[in-house]
Structure formats: C-alpha cells, structure tokens
Write a protein that binds this ligand. Structure first.
Ligand code: SF4
Length: 481
C-alpha cells in the first residue's frame, strides 16, 4: 500500500463519533496510487476547530463529502479554507451537493463531483497534481462495483472496537419513492458476493462483531441475503450485532428459517414503513402492501426476536393527521422495539416539488412546514410527540413504567397528553431522566392509570435496573415513604 499522503486530505464530518464514514473509506480504498489522509470530525465541532485541523495538514487538495447533516458546517468551512489556504484545491462531492450545483457552496469549490466518486476522484487529483485543467462540474459514471475495492483496511483496530462498521453490498433501490434520493438512480447494482464475504471474513477475524449493512433493501435479492446471513449464522456467537434494512413484505421462507436461528437481539432490523395509507403510498409512488408489512414486522419481533426499528414519515402528500395516527396505532400493535416518527424533508433532486400544496424550509434539513393535508400545527404536534417518544419510549430507560402508560387502548391519545405535560414543564429537548421519572409518576397518578404503589415499584425497578441507586429521586427513596 502506498504511504499516507497528506497532500490529499479527505474530510468526513460525521453526525457523531460512533459513525465511521463509509464513503470516505471507500474513496481511500480506491485511490490507486495515492493514499490520502482521512480527517474525521463531528458536527458538534465548530467550523473554526475543524478548519484548524485542516490548516495543520496544509493539504494541496481537500475533498469533502457533503451530506444533509453537515451541509451548514461545510458552508462555513469552505470559505475559511478559501481565504486562509489559497493554494488548497477544494473538491466537493456527496448527495447534498450533487443536486445543488448552482449553490454558492458549489461555486466556491474548484470542482464538484456529482454522483459516485471512487473512479473519478483519482483522475481529478492526478490532473490537479499535473497542473491540467479540471472542469468545475464533473458528472461521474456509476462505477462497476466488481471493480471497486472494499475499504477493509481503511477501518483501524480502534474503529473495529469502538465505532459502527458499515458494510455496503449493493447500491441503489428498485423503488422510486418520490421523496427519496435513492429513487434517482436506476435499479440496483451489487458487489460480487465472494468479495463481500471475503471482506466480512477479514473484518470478523480482526475482531469486528458489529456490522451495519447500508443496503437500501437487504432482503430484495433473497438468495444473496440468505448467503450473507449464513456467514454470520455459522459463527454462532452471542456478541454478534447485525443491522439490516429490510422490506418486511418480502421475508421469504428460507430467510425466515435462517433468521430464527440467531440469538434474540442480535439482529437489528430497520424498516422504513413511512405510511400505512394505501392512498398515500400510491401518491409517493411506493409499491407497498401495508398488511403484509405489518405481518412481517410482527413476525420479526415475535418469532425472530429481532430488535425492530420502524419509521413513519409525517407530512407525505395526502397524509392527514388522522391517517398518520391510525398508521402509528397499527404499527405500535405489531410490537417493534422502536418507532421513529420523522417529518418529511424535501431533498434537493427529488420530485416532491411537483406535489401541489407542499411548503418546505429552504435550508437543510429542508423540513416540511405544511403539506396539502397537514397544517403547521398538525406537524408541530407530530414533531413534539416524536421528540418525547424518542426520549421516553425508544431509549427504553423506563420499560416497566412506560408499560403502565402504554396499556391504554389509544396510545397516541395517552402519550400525547403526557407529551403535552412534559413540554409544559420541561420543553421539547434534553429532558433529564429524573424529570421524566417525576412527570411519569405525576401523570400516572393524576390519571389513575395504576395504584400509586404499583407506579412507585415500576419506577424504582427501572432505576435499579439502570444502576442508579445513588441517584434515586427523593420521591422514590425508601425513607421518603
Ligand atoms: S424510500 Fe426506501 S424503498 Fe423508497 S426509494 Fe428510498 S430506499 Fe428505496
């Protein structure tokens, strides 16, 4: 392998430390004659702090992947580089700039790569190094995945121990949902299965146990999905954690037969349901079968004992608050461990702007303000509910206590009332566990949802399970009784 060359720095700004950048590592693995230096930062860092790190390296070329989560930071970092490191050539790529080539950010760059950059980046760097002219906008042809190298070596031992390891075995999606960037590429391309398995084996031998697959629909190529899962099933280890994004309507029998052989909790399944309204699904061009999807989620949860994370999106064209809540209630009854409620975003390049009656924020994350069927107040209700649901239910700090809360036949109604109380007392974000415990105690008592002693016992049990005896709130301490 060629030595690391700090003349080319690939800057990845991740949402958090645990998110190792797969895109940056894939670029590194395919640089051929150069071995760039990877500079990984997090969005909680200031633009000045990130710029200082760049300046210390004095790169000849700085390549930055731009995503929805780091766009605003990149908007601030690029002018700093321009002004203070005038010799540094700036190359931008990534989905957030691919469809925004007229922006001031794109104009500040020396070169913008639209599309998948592994094959074109080495050529551009070579041209820059040789003083040859480089076109400002470069449209990359999607590479043949059989010719790309896997970034096996780009993961350090520290990455394997402490961070998420992302695995990509395919690119693209066969569906064309109108809000999704994956709908803009044609069909699905696959890495050769034998190289995927060899990559997994090397990472496994080096100690990796947590594998997060980024394939948009892991189980659509059923035979491949089975062969990849068989690799893990043969390892027969309890410390394996495998994250997959699946389409629950397509859990073929041979896949089910394999999934039930994994230890409970080792499979983490993400499934983007988005809506359970057939009319809405049709509007967004999403071929889905809501009843089959619900059956699939129920099976994954109760038969495969997988940890299921299911997503719904509020604000899709035609989705009313009423139909959204009805979908949420149905989804909740299937038993997923986590339900994430998001609000629709208008990603540049997607066709949502063709839908009448939709209003979006103009800056990242381009969130919906109002749809043709939901008012700003409706969307704010979903946003508040989602924020508290994430903190109180999805994080699962109070499993026994929230079980009391959610025994209601009308989950939305009950949790929404609790969420309103929580917001009145503590706002929407960053609420501490003691505050949540207090509000649960007060709400459950005030609404006579269970006997006071039952509520106190559930809260105490949740605290003990979390190992927080020293911090037990006063109202839960034995001597306070
Ligand atoms: S939302 Fe999911 S199914 Fe639809 S196009 Fe995007 S990746 Fe494919």
């Amino acid at each position: 392998m060629p030595p690391v060359d700090s003349n080319l720095v690939i800057l990845a700004i991740n949402a958090r430390y645990s998110h190792s950048s797969l895109a940056a590592r894939s670029l590194m693995a395919n640089m051929q004659h150069a071995r760039p230096l990877l500079l990984e930062c997090e969005i909680k860092q200031t633009p000045q702090a990130i710029f200082t790190k760049i300046a210390q390296l004095e790169p000849s070329i700085l390549a930055i992947s731009v995503y929805i989560w780091n766009r605003q930071l990149v908007d601030q970092i690029v002018p700093l580089v321009r002004e203070n490191l005038p010799q540094t050539k700036i190359i931008l790529g990534g989905p957030e700039i691919t469809y925004d080539t007229q922006s001031s950010l794109a104009n500040e760059a020396d070169c913008v790569i639209c599309g998948e950059a592994e094959e074109i980046l080495p050529k551009i760097c070579e041209n820059i190094a040789n003083g040859k002219p480089v076109a400002h906008i470069q449209h990359a042809t999607p590479p043949n995945l059989a010719k790309l190298a896997f970034p096996t070596e780009a993961y350090t031992d520290q990455d394997l121990l402490h961070r998420n390891i992302y695995i990509e075995t395919s690119r693209g999606c066969p569906c064309a949902c109108s809000f999704c960037l994956s709908s803009l590429t044609c069909g699905v391309r696959y890495y050769p299965l034998d190289t995927v398995l060899a990559h997994l084996e090397k990472l496994y031998r080096r100690g990796a146990r947590h594998f997060r697959f980024v394939d948009r629909s892991f189980n659509l190529a059923g035979k491949r999905a089975v062969q990849i899962l068989q690799f893990f099933e043969q390892k027969r280890r309890d410390d394996l954690f495998i994250h997959l994004e699946v389409v629950p309507e397509f859990l073929f029998q041979n896949l089910r037969d394999l999934m039930v052989r994994f230890p409970p909790g080792s499979l983490h399944i993400e499934t983007g349901i988005q809506s359970l309204s057939p009319e809405v699904l049709q509007r967004i061009n999403r071929p889905a079968n809501p009843e089959a999807a619900l059956e699939g989620i129920h099976w994954l949860t109760h038969q495969a004992h997988a940890t299921v994370h299911a997503d719904l999106i509020a604000g899709l064209p035609g989705e009313t608050l009423h139909s959204f809540i009805a979908g949420f209630e149905k989804l909740y009854r299937t038993g997923p461990a986590e339900i994430q409620l998001g609000c629709l975003k208008h990603l540049p390049g997607t066709k949502l702007h063709q839908e009448p009656g939709m209003r979006f924020h103009k800056n990242p994350p381009y969130q919906v303000i109002a749809s043709d069927a939901m008012s700003p107040a409706d969307l704010d209700q979903v946003h508040r509910f989602a924020s508290h649901w994430e903190r109180v239910i999805n994080r699962n700090h109070f499993p026994h206590t929230t079980k009391l809360l959610l025994q209601s036949p009308n989950i939305w109604h009950t949790f929404n009332a609790f969420s309103l109380t929580l917001e009145r007392q503590h706002g929407r974000y960053g609420i501490g566990l003691v505050e949540i415990a207090h509000e649960l105690y007060a709400f459950l008592n005030a609404n006579h949802i269970a006997a006071t002693e039952t509520i106190r016992a559930a809260l105490e049990q949740d605290y003990l399970a979390e190992g927080r005896r020293m911090n037990l709130p006063a109202f839960l301490r034995p001597r306070a009784r």
